[in-house]
Write a protein that binds this ligand. Structure first.
Ligand SMILES: CC(C)(COP(=O)(O)OP(=O)(O)OC[C@H]1O[C@@H](n2cnc3c(N)ncnc32)[C@H](O)[C@@H]1OP(=O)(O)O)[C@@H](O)C(=O)NCCC(=O)NCCS
Length: 166
């Protein structure tokens, strides 16, 4: 399947909002205004998967010095710090028709490689317990229960730290 992974553009705003609405329950799905803010603030760490002109998935997150994600970060893009240490992941979405084909893994590998190229020290994310094993496959470690109460769900903090060069 010919799928292009590329940096987000402002024209993708409606499409990514729609993908999010398909992938997450209403209480957890980020609204259009949040995506507008994210695309405007950190387009360099927002990648979409495109197939024949259709957006079928994406990965995005701000850059920060914090080792964990806290809820205020989701709503306020000013927490983004261009030269921060960690690439965060606010969302990893693949629409149901294209799930189970390795696409989320491709998006994740893309962001990990990008963060490494940019000299970050690692990546952070929050996830539900059922996905801890999925993220461990990329080298993420579970830091335990997150303080996040996003969407009324229970979340775990995960971190992937790049080996330090001696
Ligand atoms: C989670 C999600 C991004 C995965 O997308 P995907 O493209 O299907 O993922 P991939 O095909 O790259 O990887 C899936 C594989 O990872 C592995 N995997 C999944 N969960 C796993 C777990 N808990 N432990 C170990 N391995 C796991 C399996 O091998 C799985 O293969 P399968 O789908 O054939 O069973 C997608 O289901 C989605 O968008 N869900 C809704 C939104 C969401 O929950 N996003 C993540 C939280 S931010």
């Amino acid at each position: 399947m010919e799928i292009l992974i590329r940096k987000v553009k402002l024209e993708d705003l409606d499409a990514v909002t729609q993908v999010e609405a398909v992938c997450f329950p209403k209480a957890e799905a980020a609204p259009r205004e949040s995506f507008l803010q994210r695309i405007s603030t950190f387009p360099d760490s927002f990648f979409v998967a495109e197939k024949e002109g259709e957006i079928i998935g994406f990965i995005n997150g701000c850059v920060t010095d914090s080792r964990v994600i806290f809820d205020e970060m989701f709503e306020d893009a000013s927490y983004h710090k261009e030269d921060g240490i960690y690439q965060s992941i606010f969302g990893l979405d693949v629409i149901p028709e294209y799930q189970h084909q390795g696409l989320a893994s491709r998006l994740m590998e893309h962001l990990i490689a990008d963060a490494q190229e940019k000299g970050r020290e690692g990546l952070i994310l929050t996830c539900k317990d059922r996905l801890i094993g999925f993220y461990e496959r990329f080298g993420y470690k579970n830091l335990g229960l997150s303080q996040s109460v996003h969407g009324g769900a229970v979340w775990y903090d995960m971190i992937l730290e790049f080996p330090r060069e001696k």
